[in-house]
Write a protein that binds this ligand. Structure first.
Ligand code: SF4
Length: 374
C-alpha cells in the first residue's frame, strides 16, 4: 500500500504519552496529547519550562533517549512522493491509517525519515556548529550523507544556494563558526535544517540567545522560508508573544497536557483557558490601556504525582466544583467553534454559560488585589 499523499494533512498525533523513569518515581511528561498538522502550517507550542513541549516534539521526531519512554499513542506521517526524498525509494514502510507509522520505523527507515522529511533545530543550536569545520563543509556533509554520489560541484553549488536562502554571502562558505555573529550562525543552522527540503521542521527555542532585533530578523526569515517552500513548522518557546506573530495556530501545554489549541488570532483575542489568559498577560503591553499585571500564582505541579483533577486547579482564579475531582479533556469550546480547550468552564455538564474573556481578566485582578485567594 502506498503511503504517499498530496493531501493537506501532514502529521496526525494521537494520544501520545511519554514518561521519564526516575529513581524517585515516574515523571508523566506528556499525557494523552493529540493534534494534527497540515502541510505548510506553523504551529507554536507554548508553556512554562517543564510543561512537556520539548518532550512532545522530540517524541514525534523519535529523538527521545532513555529514561524517556513513549508508553502510548501514534504518530502518523503523510509524506509526498518526491524524487529527492529517500523515503520515496524505501520499501516496507510501516503503515497505519494510510500514513507512515513513525513510532514503528526501523533505525534504517528513521535515518531516511530524518533530515529528508523532518529536521530539528535544537536549543542553542548556533553553538552546536562544529568549531573546527567551515560552515560550507558542515552543509556539504549533510548533503553528501543523504544525497550521495552527486559530485563536488553539485554540493558546493547547493551549499551556496542554501547560504543565499538565509541571506549569507557565498564567500562565507569558507568561514568558521567563530568568524560569524550569533545571528549568522543561527541562519547557518536554519540553512542546514532546510538543506534537504524537509516537509516538517521542529525548532526548539531557536532565538532565545539572540537580542530582540536579530530575533525579529530570524523570525521573519523562518516565516518567509516556510511560506516559500510550504514547509510545516513546530516552533517551541515559552514566549507566547513571539508565537502570536509567527504561527498560524498555537497549542498551549500545561503539566504535560495540551490545554488549548486555536488560531493565533483566537488565542490573542479571546484565550479560553484561564492558564492561557495568564500566560498571555504575564508581560506588559506597549500599547492600549494600562492594567495591573496579576501574574499566575504558585508553581506547576510535580509531574510524578498529578492529582485526578485539573492540574491547574491549585493556581486557577476561576476554579469551581468539578475542578478538584475531574480531569478536563481537550474539546471544542463550543459546538462548531475552532478553539479547543481543556477546562470545565466549557463543559455543558458542569457550566451553563461560557465565560467572557473579561471575566477571566477580572478573576486575575481579584486575585492580584487579594479579594480571592488560591
Ligand atoms: Fe480552572 Fe477548573 Fe478550568 Fe481547571 S477546569 S482551568 S481549575 S476552571
Amino acid at each position: 500500500m502506498s503511503v504517499f499523499s498530496e493531501a493537506e494533512l501532514l502529521l496526525d498525533v494521537r494520544g501520545l504519552n511519554v514518561d521519564y523513569e526516575a529513581d524517585n518515581g515516574t515523571v508523566h511528561a506528556v499525557k494523552d496529547v493529540s493534534f494534527t498538522l497540515k502541510r505548510g502550517e506553523i504551529l507554536g507550542l507554548a508553556g512554562e519550562s517543564g510543561c512537556g513541549k520539548s518532550t512532545l516534539a522530540f517524541g514525534v521526531a523519535r529523538l527521545l533517549r532513555p529514561p524517556a519512554i513513549t508508553t502510548a499513542g501514534e504518530v502518523i506521517y503523510y509524506p509526498r512522493d518526491r524524487e529527492e526524498s529517500s523515503l520515496t525509494h524505501m520499501h516496507n514502510l510501516p503503515v497505519v491509517d494510510g500514513g507512515v507509522d513513525v513510532l514503528s520505523l526501523t533505525q534504517r527507515q528513521l535515518r531516511a525519515f530524518r533530515w529528508n522529511e523532518l529536521s530539528v533545530v535544537f536549543q542553542s543550536a548556533m553553538n552546536a556548529l562544529n568549531p573546527v569545520l567551515s560552515v560550507g563543509s558542515q552543509i556539504i556533509d549533510v548533503l553528501k550523507t543523504h544525497w550521495p554520489g552527486k559530485g563536488r560541484d553539485y554540493y558546493t553549488k547547493r551549499a551556496i544556494e542554501l547560504l543565499d536562502l538565509v541571506n549569507i554571502a557565498p564567500d562565507r562558505l569558507k568561514s568558521y563558526p567563530h568568524e560569524l555573529s550569533g545571528g549568522m550562525r543561527q541562519r547557518v543552522v536554519i540553512a542546514i535544517a532546510m538543506a534537504l527540503r524537509p516537509e516538517l521542521i521542529i525548532m526548539d527555542e531557536p532565538t532565545t540567545a539572540l537580542d530582540v532585533v536579530v530575533q525579529r530578523e530570524i523570525l521573519e526569515l523562518i516565516s518567509s522560508l516556510c511560506k516559500e517552500f510550504n514547509t510545516a513548522l513546530i516552533f517551541i518557546t515559552h514566549d507566547l508573544s513571539l508565537l502570536l506573530e509567527l504561527s498560524d495556530n498555537i497549542a498551549i501545554m500545561y503539566a504535560g497536557q495540551m490545554i488549548e489549541k486555536a488560531t493565533s488570532y483566537d488565542i490573542y483575542k479571546h484565550p479560553r483557558h484561564p492558564y492561557s489568559y495568564g500566560l498571555l498577560h504575564a508581560f506588559p503591553t506597549l500599547h492600549g490601556e494600562q492594567r495591573k499585571i496579576a501574574g499566575i500564582p504558585g508553581a506547576p505541579p510535580d509531574l510524578r504525582t498529578l492529582p485526578p483533577s485539573c492540574a491547574f486547579n491549585p493556581r486557577c482564579p476561576m476554579a469551581f466544583g468539578p475542578c478538584s475531582t475531574i480531569v478536563p479533556l481537550l474539546q471544542l469550546a463550543t459546538p462548531g467553534d475552532r478553539q479547543q480547550v481543556a477546562c470545565h468552564l466549557y463543559n455543558h455538564e458542569f457550566s451553563q454559560r461560557i465565560p467572557e474573556t473579561e471575566e477571566i481578566a477580572a478573576s486575575y485582578e481579584a486575585l492580584a488585589e487579594g479579594s480571592i485567594s488560591r
